[in-house]
Design a binder for this molecule. Structure first.
Ligand SMILES: *[C@@H]1O[C@H](CO)[C@@H](O)[C@H](O)[C@H]1NC(C)=O
Ligand SMILES: *[C@@H]1O[C@H](CO)[C@@H](O)[C@H](O)[C@H]1NC(C)=O
Length: 303
């Protein structure tokens, strides 16, 4: 019986069946590790009509025109962890345009917010983007650093990440630590570690300050300006009121463990290279602005 059933099948039919089986298998395995959709993780903050996605929904585009910019934020808040996203920035003449990727304890610029910022400052064609990072605690910022990048961030996607635990905040570009912000462990230090944060991305016009201190204005003839995002990756303690179990530092999570409290030897080499070659501005060196430097400037990033 069995052999009779099989034998009449022609090779072409067998192939057809094989491909059906393969297709079914692919579909189920894709479903099993299918990527989360935008809506799983994020909400649009403003101007839904300036937000588009690629056909498969995995690349997200924010656009800025004369009317408005656009932004999105995570649905969840987190306290401590690893936060990562790939960004491709507005190309060409983007003076005055700021693409931001940041974490903040609230949706707004409230007087008691904590915040960790990556801001990408656009420039005239052929002139390099700068990245600015900043840290806010309880509404106070002024902790800017500016770096050049070692690549053109408008040509390809690159990964921008933040490691945040109770010992340090590290800003990474493609796994290279470009900035280390340390906690000295004292209460009331300038280190955001109490409040959970959302993660945000946005694009807006900042031609009053962004490029050469506001001298370079946004050229609206070049609008719309579009920045693209993909591969959001969060490995963190998701906040639940009143206090999620993962916050009490049981050191179960790699981002809270000893190895994540300081740079590794390899990271130190990369960090030293960045410090030597790419730093344009460091508030800890700006004694005109800070005749008495903020206390955290005395903490060593090498510890
Ligand atoms: C945070 O800042 C507000 C003023 O903006 C102040 O009243 C409050 O005491 C500050 N909180 C802490 C913990 O420093
Ligand atoms: C724009 O490019 C010029 C020339 O390289 C540079 O001096 C300036 O700092 C850049 N400005 C920004 C905001 O990137």
């Amino acid at each position: 019986m069995e052999s009779k059933m099989v034998s009449p099948l022609k090779p072409t039919i067998l192939l057809f069946i094989a491909s059906l089986v393969a297709a079914a298998y692919l579909t189920s395995s894709e479903a099993a590790d299918s990527k989360p959709s935008f809506e799983d993780n994020f909400d649009i903050m403003w101007s839904e009509d300036h937000f588009t996605t690629s056909e498969d929904g995995q690349i997200w585009h924010l656009s800025l025109d004369k009317e408005t910019g656009c932004g999105f934020q995570t649905k969840q808040r987190y306290r401590f962890g690893w936060f990562s996203m790939k960004l491709k920035l507005v190309g060409g003449d983007s003076a005055g345009v700021v693409t931001a990727y940041y974490m903040c304890t609230e949706n707004g610029a409230g007087p008691e917010r904590d915040e960790l910022d990556f801001e990408f400052l656009g420039n005239r064609s052929g002139q390099p983007y700068l990245i600015q990072t900043n840290v806010y605690k309880n509404g106070t910022g002024g902790r800017e650093m500016r770096h050049m990048l070692w690549f053109d961030p408008t040509e390809d996607f690159h990964t921008y990440s933040i490691l945040w635990n109770n010992h340090q905040i590290v800003f990474f570009v493609d796994k290279v630590p470009v900035r280390v912000f340390k906690n000295n462990g004292e209460e009331n230090s300038f280190f955001p570690n109490e409040k959970p944060m959302y993660l945000f991305s946005s694009i807006w016009n900042a031609d009053d300050w962004a490029t050469r201190g506001g001298l370079e204005k946004t050229d609206w003839k070049k609008a719309p300006f579009v920045s693209s995002y993909k591969d959001f990756n969060v490995d963190a303690c998701q906040w639940e009121d009143p206090y999620p179990a993962c916050v009490s530092t049981t050191a179960k999570n790699w981002w809270d463990q000893y190895d994540a409290w300081h740079l590794s030897d390899d990271q130190k080499l990369d960090y030293a290279w960045v410090q030597r070659n790419l730093v344009i501005y460091d508030y800890c060196k700006d004694t005109e602005r800070y005749p008495t430097l903020p206390w955290e400037c005395s903490l060593s990033p090498w510890d």
